[in-house]
Design a binder for this molecule. Sequence first.
Ligand SMILES: O=C(O)c1cc(C(=O)O)c2c(n1)C(=O)C(=O)c1cc(C(=O)O)[nH]c1-2
Ligand SMILES: [Ca+2]
Length: 707
Amino acid sequence: DGLGDTGQAIIHADDHPENWMSYGRTYTEQRYSPLEDINKSNVGNLKLAWYFDLDTNRGQEGTPLVVDGVMYATTNWSKMKALDAATGKLLWQYDPRVPGNIADKGCCDTVNRGAGYWNGKVFFGTFDGRLVALDAKTGKKVWEKNTIPKEASLGQQRSYTVDGAVRVVKGLVLIGNGGSEFGARGFVSAYDAETGALKWRFYTVPNNKNQPDHAASDEALMKKAYKTWSPTGAWTQQGGGGTVWDSIAYDPVADLVYLAVGNGSPWNYKYRSDGIGDNLFLGSIVAVKPETGEYVWHFQETPMDQWDYTSVQQIMTLDMPINGETRRVIVHAPKNGFFYILDAKTGEFLSGKNYVYQNWAQGLDPVTGRPIYNPDALYTLNGKEWYGIPGDLGGHNFAAMAYSPKTGLVYIPAQQVPFLYKNQVGGFKAHPDSWNLGLDMNKAGLPDTPEARTAFMKDLKGWIVAWDPKTQKAAWTVDHKGPWNGGILATGGDLLFQGLANGEFHAYDATNGADLYHFDAQSGIIAPPITYKAHGKQYVAVEVGWGGIYPFFLGGLARTSGWTVNHSRVVAFSLDGKAELPPQNDKGFLPVKPPAQYDTKVTDNGYFLFQTYCAACHGDNAEGAGVLPDLRWSGSIRHQDAFYNVVGRGALTAYGMDRFDTSMKPDEIESIRQFIIKRANDTYQREVDARKNDKGIPENATLGIAP
Ligand SMILES: O=C(O)c1cc(C(=O)O)c2c(n1)C(=O)C(=O)c1cc(C(=O)O)[nH]c1-2
Ligand SMILES: [Ca+2]
């Protein structure tokens, strides 16, 4: 059937449960392992077996693979580490040398979600758009391809980055990309695993002139998709979006590949498409044939997207009884907050129900599954502000969900992070080198008043929902301190494992959510755990490392689960582990008294420019969240020249800080410095007071929240 030895091994993973050979373990992406040596009765004795410190203290989102006792972990900055899965000893490593100045060409930290394995080779994408194939034994490069063709980037106009995990199906390596916040036209490419030859490419949104791209998508785009877009909207310049930056899945039963398609570019539907049409294939699952990329069916979850409601979240397949017969279904929990059940072969909508609180739709049409919009939510059409729940980070983001066939429950790392949507004033205007959403960036952040902060913090939530797809209801939930927790692993030992934003790694009872174990991993965890065996012993492992878009963009507000200082590493647990983490400095970036003077005439413009160019990485309103340096306490804000050398001339490009002299004039960059000095003065005493406790670590309660 063309699946090859590795494909068969991935499908029949239960025959060799010591391995974890594909992103979601099997093609079903259920993240369920039958291993049960570690189980409900003994998990309380779990111990750290080993740890491996990473050389990138930024967000770690990778799912490591384990094949024949070797762990292949990708890390931030697209690096690959091959470790002895029993000891954590480094066997080899590969650094593709991604240039530092492109960190700001992607929206959400220079993360990487994982590798693919096929026939003795490992494959992974790099943030600058390459696909690399390495010999799994030696780490030597076999081939490398640039996955972003010239015509897709239109010179500098569009921005593509790759951080998703690759999947390998029938000897083809599948890879997508990100960039819809900047201007991108999404596509997925399939490369021959042996030779690196491009086999097919599928664009997810139309060609702006409705011309053929000589790609697998031509017919579907020209016949079905183009007519769902206005021919004159801003998408014709900004690409339209639809990036497939996270999930691509294959179902061997339906023999289809599913592409999980993202949000529109620009976000603003009125500007993007003149407020006309559903804009296919945004916010959709598109099914294609694995060998050719030929279109088979699509299901659109969010027509007229204007909320960054990507449907890129993990696509899972399973067998489920429906009206007395067993059906092969896709279950999906995209950002928009609804849990969808679709027929895996035909895409038929079977049912949908919201798995989190949401305020943008009155529900789904029971026959078509189309959302019934709350008219107030259509802010680009009605011109009003909209406080959306879910917001742009979704009811569920990249943190993978899991399914246990023993309990029949889907475990979703759910969250609530509202977002205030408002149209860009005066029509769509693109800023080079920044997010281009068609939104008012003065409103994309939060005013620093106790009332606003308190109200918003109350709305920030994170939890596990154990979702019963048979009843489309939550069976139970486990509340966390805040959003942005890690993905979930389910095991035959009736356990769930999850790392949390507060740096704790937990084991829960898969039947009722009882908390059975936790370990202090010292830094926030956003990655999903895996389990495997080495020399006959079961291990559970996870990448530790705080980052991704939540702390980058929300800054100080992202301290919802408490203070975390990033120390990135891979940690592995066993029942007889004997390792111990070294003590770490938990204090992080300490407040330093800022210069007393600043020019109040330019700080408003400085705020606008900061929110436009800087906030996405350095935090809303110039407050850091423990990943990148907190600019308020930075030495470089003390002198105009020093600041310009970094921001204008690129003194720190090697560390991921691009130069901005092509997008801003020197006096604009100086107004940003004045604004940061103002913010440092406004918040200095508050931050000092927050540390007046035994540990000297900031407490939530004193971070500008009303008493
Ligand atoms: O539209 C896109 O192209 C795109 C790309 C990415 C990405 O590549 O990581 C994210 C998003 N969107 C996004 O909307 C989002 O919430 C998000 C979170 C993260 C992350 O890794 O923390 N990436 C992305
Ligand atoms: Ca997006």
